[in-house]
Each structure stands twice: as C-alpha cells, then as structure tokens.
Design a protein around this ligand. Structure first.
Ligand code: ARG
Ligand code: ZN
Length: 848
C-alpha cells in the first residue's frame, strides 16, 4: 500500500526556529555497519521563535540514549523527528547508531569504495544525528573522528590528532548542511596559498591511490579562484586549511562544505590522456564554484530552502565571470546561453516550470534545477547590467558587510542594491517570482535617421501561475549599417511595459538592428528578419554573441524548412558560413561554435513553440543531411583547417590550444561524413590526448563506422573508471537514428555497467536522454528502457532517480502514439511499489 500524499512545504509557512544552537560537539566512532554518533549541543530558546517543545529532525537513526543537562530523557521518537519538552537553555547529549555501508542513497554518511564520506545538502544531516536541520540554525562545530583509517577529516582546522582519532574545529557558524566528514586511505596532494590578508593557507586535494598524478589542474584552478575572489569581490579565505576530496560515488557535481569540499571525482581528476578540454573547463568552473560558496553560501547562507537561488544563482554567476576572465567572455557567453536554452528554457516550457524562488515543494532535492541555478545567475547578470559594475560591486560589498554570519533571503539581497542605487527594484524582483520564459517581439522602422524599435513582451502561463505582469527586461541593442559598419554602439533599453518603443539617432536611413546583444536577458526573442540581414549580422556584428546568434537563426530556419517542407539545405546559409570559417582573426573556438547546428531537442522545442508536432526521425535526418551538405560545400576550407590546426608538441589545456582543437575536431566531425572515416581513424590511432581520441571515435560512431575503434578504446581504458564512463556515453549519444535505445540496452548488460554508481548509471541511461531520436524512438523502446531502470534504481537512490525523470519533461510535445507510450512509462514509474517521495513528486508533476 502506498503512503498518503506527502505534505507540501510552503514558503508562507516559514517560522523562525524555536531554539538556536550555541555550539556543537560531535564524536564519530566509525564502523561500516554500526557507526556511533555522539552529540553534545548547547541549545538556547530563540526569543523570535514561537515557543513550543524542542523538535529535532532525524531519519533512520537508532537512538541509543539522550540526556538534557546530564539527566537521561526519553523523547517522543517519530519516523522523521524527535520531540521533547526542554528548558530555555540546556545541553543536549545524544547517541545514535547508523550504518553507512547500507546507505545507498548517498545522502548523509555513506561509504564509497571503503571510504567514508558525507553529503548533507539539503537535508542529509538528519540522517547522521538528531538536529534542527534547517539552514537558519547556524553554529560552530567541533568534530572528533575515531577510526583506524589513516586519513580522518572534517570541517575547519585540525586541532588535535593521535593514534586512531583526529579532532577538527570550525570556528565559523554554519548550518548543518555544510557539515562534512571523510575517512579513508587517501593520498594527499599539497600546495599553499597566501591570502591578500597575509594568511598562509594549506591546500590539499585528497584522492585514491593512483589518482595523485591527476590533481594539478584542480589545484591550479583553486589557487586562481582564491586570487580572483580577492580581486573581483574583495573576499579572502578565512581558515588555515582548505581541502578538496574526490569521491567516486556521488549524486551530483560537488559540495561546498566549509573547508572540506567534496567532489564527484570526475570534476577533480584530469590528465591529458584521460580528460578532454571540456573536462578541464568544467573542473576549473566547478572548483571555482565550490570555492566561491565560501562567501556566497557559507559565510552568508540561506534562511530557508526557498532561498536556494540566493547562494546558487549568485555563485553560478560568479563562476561564469571567473571562467570568462580566465578564457574568453564571448565564447563562454555563447556556451552559457546554449546550456540555458537547452536545460532552463526547456524546463520553463514544460510541466516542471517553477519560479527561481519557488513557493512550495515536496522534496527540496528536486529543486536543484536549471531554473534556480542558471536562470538565477541570469538575474544577477541583468541586475549588474541595469545598475552598472561599480554599483554592483558597492552592493555586494554592502551585502557582505551587512549580512556576514546570517541566513538571508532574496529580499535582503535586493535591498542592498536598492540602498546603494536608490532605485526601486520591485518590478525587477518579478524575475524571482514569475516562472516561464518571457517572449519579446521586436520590430523596427527607420525615419529620418532615427531607428525606432518597437517591443512587445509577454510571459506565458505556467503551472500554478495563469497570469503574469510585465517584467523589467534589459535589452542591449545596437545596429549595423549596410556597409557592415556599426551605426549604433550598444545601448541598454529597459523594457517595463507590455508594449514600448525606443528611438535611436543613427544618422543613416538603412541599418540592421542587433537586438539582445550578449543575450542581455533570458528571453525568447522574435524578430522578423530576412536571410540577407541575418547574413549581414553574421558577417559584421561587433557583438560576438549576436554574430553567432545570426548564424544560429539562419541554421534554424534552414533546418525547419527541411523538416517541414522537405526543402534542400539552404545554399545561402552554407555560403554565409565560409567567410566566418576562414576568418583567421576570429577565435577558433568561436568559429567552432558557429559550425555547430542547433540540437535535435532545440529543433523539437522550436517546432512545438510554433504549434507543430516534432517528428524526431525527420529532425535527425534533416540535421544529418545539413551536416553532409556543410561538409561538401566547405570541404576545401575544412580540410585546410584540419591540416593547419594540428598542434605540435605536448598537450596543454589552455583556452587557446583547446580552441584550436575544438575547431579542428568540428572540421573532423563534418569531414567524416564524406571521407569514409579516413581522417578520424588516423587521428584515433595517433591521438596523444583524450580530446582528440574521443572526438575521432565519436565521429566514427556517429557514422556507423566505429566498431573496431570502440573495441580498441575499451581494451585500452577498461581499468579507468572515468574514461570508461566516456566510452559508455559516446556510444549511446552518437548512435545513429533510433538505434540508441538498443545500444544502451546492450551496454547495460556489459560487465562494467555498475548501475549503482551514479556516474556509470548516467553514462548509459542519462546519455539516452541526450540522443533525441533514440529516446523518442517510435516503438517506445527508449521510454521503456529508461522507465525500467529508474524503477530499479529508485529504491536504492531516490535522488539520482528523481533527477533523471526530467528526461520525460517534454513528453507532451510529441504525437499521440509517442505520448501514449511515454505516459505508459511514466505511469509505470508512478505505480512502482514503495516509490520514493523524490521520484513520486517528479513523476506526478511531469504527468501534470
Ligand atoms: N550546493 C551544491 C553546489 O551547487 C550542490 C548540492 C546539490 N544538492 C542536492 N541535494 N541536489 O555546489
Ligand atoms: Zn552551488
């Protein structure tokens, strides 16, 4: 029998905690089956609380004993909490037993290949001991770890160590979700950093034996992040020790525990032979992200989980600018928008749409979403655009001054900017409250040397939000004259009304407006424009984002015509590509992006937006035909670039070399369509780095020619778990046509398919979601396979299961047959015996 529907938590029901915590002492006696956790916690009644008994969160704990001020007590123990009458000020002592080895959910204290580790955000600490597990309860922690294992770590600085134990103290007040503990046989890679305040910080990366040679890039990224935060935000590190630990079994990317960041190993470990350029870039940005949380998240945290974007949106924005500073802002921005559209716009357009600051949830882990993270970051970027970089910095300075040590809200965040600018940001705040991607339509006329832009904005209805108000939308605009020179440099238009006009003196009677430069707001822009005008922007726009976007729109229009009217690949589009491709003044990585076609999923969404039903096979076929036409039309320059961009000498992950490889491999991918795979086979055989090796193998697999090479790759890398994840993924993602589901099915039977490891599970089942034609195969085999595996994983690991249900979030886009098959798969998941709260919430929302 299924439990009654779990209760929704509502922002409107927020109440301050009844008790505050003065300080926490924990002792862990580690044992795989029977770890004892002893806590000694000083509680004090919160004058702002509403009285009542002491209520502590706790799940799956075996209570051994409890005492208040030294006297044993018998609290009322419920499945998810404990309750007891308590004085206003007292010492709580408690002992519980837990079994880390049986913890397959990877939340709380669990084991990964013999090593103990923790993941407490959002609500994992309650699986470790009884505690007010909410972010507005902050306290200093002292942690004693007892075990025979050689390395024993927790938050803060180590204050004592001896035979079989270590004691760590974190003087900074923190919420329990930032607690961490690690114990195991780990190798330490060391370095150091001296802060602008003169503090010498010992830096350590802890890894399993054999991985110590793959930490250099993460360490270098960490030092650059520390320096950057001092310069860009005036924030220095605040302890003598900072550690990163790499863990093989991890539900997400990484976690910012105070002074003890825990990472999915794939975002730490890199060597030229085993990691791609994309891996290096991700490592850099995730190391930065987690480090930046030290101030935006840890020193200032969230009052409640509805405020998650307060730390995540801001920290994503910070890591994005950092990566741009380290590499190229233009390229970084294009990649961000690409991701935003693929993940966040997709979410915003479907049944899972929710505001950046939601008002209700059943399982908070389901709200670590593209909307909270990526759209949350876009809001910060718009704020900075609106008030300018100086006022933005003044505002963040004030934020750190005013709120250090506090648990805050979005209102606190916006208030500092109102205070430093004197501006009313109430309309801007709608970005946090209204879900859905705004649609902006622009048209223009030119009258006597004046360009007049006419805007219309509309925010679509989303689940629970039928009507919307107009938003404050910063739109960066410029214009390019017929001769290719810029007649209007970038200006910001602030849209505030449903309809609005903006005039600009341009002193010319003809020009092409370049609207939404640098993607200044996360909106869907509609602008009627001829192919000639788009080609003019592709050739001459001074804004790199809009230059790329012009090519993108040309490609989309051409592909749409191929899908809906069976048109031939548009010759004008192909012609427009050549001058960009061969312009050596342009960054190679930018040129590689220009060569990329919109994804199948993007095309499907575009069709759905135009009220037509996407046919996954027709979309995939059009894309294939377009790629082949590109290869034929551009064969000579592609071949020339392929030969010329070969890099002599040892691999370096720097942005310039990575850019050359990305253009060269984009050329390879196209050329493989027409050269019988000759170049790719040669490159595969000769590759001395994973970027070139994976690119060559992927190109072959995509064209149904990679069987021997896939086997060779397997034999070469079968002992390397991170590289083997790539082997699984690339076969599924690149499987041609609808064959991907069969490929994935076959791979799940491979002996190395360790489905309990989240990375490996994602590398096959998750990868199927990235192969649009395969997941949406007409016979329903993709839906069925995913549903089977999610039903199997859910009892072990609800978090990863729930997250992967988003593969289905677009199911209503498709034809009646596919919808019926998807619905059947979803209902089968929904009906699974004992389905977790996590997955149940997701599937219910997706079914709508
Ligand atoms: N705070 C972490 C980060 O963004 C992610 C934690 C995700 N937690 C979760 N339950 N999904 O860096
Ligand atoms: Zn984060």
């Amino acid at each position: 029998m299924k439990d009654a529907a779990p209760r929704a938590i509502k922002l409107a029901d927020y109440r301050p905690p009844a008790y505050l915590v003065e300080d926490v002492k924990l002792t862990f006696r580690l044992d795989p089956k029977a770890t004892r956790v002893l806590s000694a916690i000083r509680f004090r009644r919160n004058p702002e609380g509403d009285g009542g008994p002491l209520r502590l969160d706790g799940e799956g704990l075996r209570l051994i004993r409890a005492a208040i001020d030294g006297a044993e007590v018998t609290p009322k123990v419920l499945p998810e909490e404990l309750e007891i009458e308590a004085p206003d000020d007292f010492l709580w002592e408690c002992e519980v037993e837990i079994a880390p080895e049986d913890n397959t959910a990877l939340e709380g204290l669990y084991m990964s290949k013999g090593m103990y580790c923790t993941q407490c955000e959002a609500q994992g600490f309650r699986k470790i001991t009884y505690y007010p597990d909410r972010p507005d309860v902050m306290a200093p922690f002292e942690v004693r770890v007892e075990s025979d294992l050689p390395v024993l770590l927790s938050n803060g600085d180590k204050v004592e160590t001896g035979e079989g134990y270590a004691v760590w103290r974190d003087p900074w007040k923190k919420p329990a979700y930032l607690f961490a503990l690690v114990a195991g046989e780990l190798i330490e890679v060391r370095d150091s950093f001296t802060t602008s305040e003169g503090r010498h910080v010992a830096l350590s990366i802890w890894v399993r034996k054999g991985d110590e040679t793959r930490c250099d890039y993460a360490m270098d990224s960490l030092k650059r992040s520390m320096k950057w935060d001092e310069e860009a935000y005036g924030r220095a590190y605040d302890l003598d020790q900072f550690s990163i630990v790499a863990v093989d079994d991890f539900n997400m990317g990484a976690m910012e525990n105070k002074a003890l960041n825990i990472f999915n190993a794939r975002y730490v470990l890199a060597s030229p032979e085993t990691a791609t350029d994309a891996d290096y870039a991700r490592i850099e940005s995730i190391v930065a992200h987690e480090y930046f949380h030290n101030w935006t998240g840890n020193r200032i945290t969230c009052r409640d989980w509805f405020q998650l974007c307060l730390k995540e949106g801001l920290t994503v924005f910070r890591d994005q600018i950092f990566s741009g500073d380290e590499r190229s802002h233009a390229v970084k921005r294009i990649e961000e928008v690409h991701q935003l559209r693929a993940r966040q716009f997709r979410e915003d357009a479907g049944p899972l749409a929710h505001p950046v600051r939601p008002t209700s949830y059943i399982e908070i882990n389901n709200f670590y979403t593209a909307t909270v993270y990526e759209k949350g970051a876009e809001i910060i970027g718009m704020l900075r655009t609106l008030i300018g970089p100086e006022a933005y910095r003044k505002g963040t300075d004030l934020y750190f001054d005013r709120h250090d040590g506090q648990a805050c809200t979005i209102e606190d965040w916006l208030q500092v900017f109102e205070d430093v600018t004197g501006r009313d940001l109430s309309q801007f705040a709608l970005w946090y409250h209204q879900a859905g991607t705004p649609r902006v339509t622009v048209s223009h006329r030119i009258e006597a040397g004046t360009l007049v832009l006419s805007f219309r904005q509309e925010v679509p209805a989303t689940p629970g939000q039928p009507t919307k108000q107009p938003m404050l939308i910063p739109i960066a605009v410029g214009a390019i004259g017929r001769d290719g020179t810029e007649v209007l440099p970038t200006q910001i238009v602030e849209l505030t009304e449903a309809e609005q006009e903006a005039p600009f003196e341009i002193g010319a009677d003809d020009a092409v407006p370049s609207v939404l430069r640098n993607f200044s707001a996360p909106v869907i822009l509609t602008q009627e424009m001829s192919a000639e005008d788009r080609a003019l922007l592709l050739a001459h726009d001074t804004d790199p984002f809009n230059k790329w976007e012009a090519g993108r729109q040309l490609a989309k229009t051409a592909l749409l015509r191929m899908v809906t009217d069976g048109a031939e690949p548009d010759a004008a589009y192909l012609d427009a590509l050549e001058p960009v491709l061969t312009d050596d003044r342009l960054d190679p990585s930018f040129r590689a992006l220009v060569l990329g076609l919109p994804s199948d999923d993007d095309m499907a969404q575009t069709l759905a937006d135009a009220n037509s039903t996407p046919d996954p096979e027709a979309i995939a076929a059009a894309r294939r035909r377009m790629s082949e036409a590109m290869a034929r039309r551009l064969e000579a320059p592609l071949a020339e670039l392929y030969d010329r961009l070969r890099i002599e000498g040892p691999y370096s992950p720097d942005a310039e070399s990575a850019g050359k490889r990305s253009l060269r491999n984009a050329a390879l991918s196209l050329l493989t369509k027409i050269d019988g795979g000759e170049r790719a086979r040669t490159q595969f055989a000769a590759a001395d780095n994973m970027t070139d090796e994976v690119a060559a193998l992927s190109a072959l697999v995509r064209n149904g020619r990679g069987d021997d090479e896939a086997q060779a790759f397997h034999d070469r890398w079968k002992d390397d778990r991170l590289v083997m994840d790539k082997w699984f993924t690339l076969q599924v993602v690149n499987a041609p046509g609808a064959s991907g589901a069969a490929v994935a099915d076959r791979l799940t039977q491979h002996e190395a398919f360790d489905w309990k490891n989240p990375n490996r599970f994602r590398s096959v089942i998750g990868a199927l979601g990235a192969n649009h034609a395969a997941f949406h195969a007409a016979d329903g085999s993709g839906y069925r396979l995913v549903a089977d595996w999610l039903i199997r994983l859910d009892p072990l690991n609800p978090q990863t299961t729930a997250r992967m249900t988003t593969m289905f979030e677009t199911w209503t886009r498709y034809d009646a047959d596919r919808r019926a098959l998807a619905q059947e798969a979803l209902e089968r998941i929904a009906g699974a015996e004992g389905l977790s709260r996590d997955t149940s919430e997701m599937v219910t929302r997706i079914l709508g």
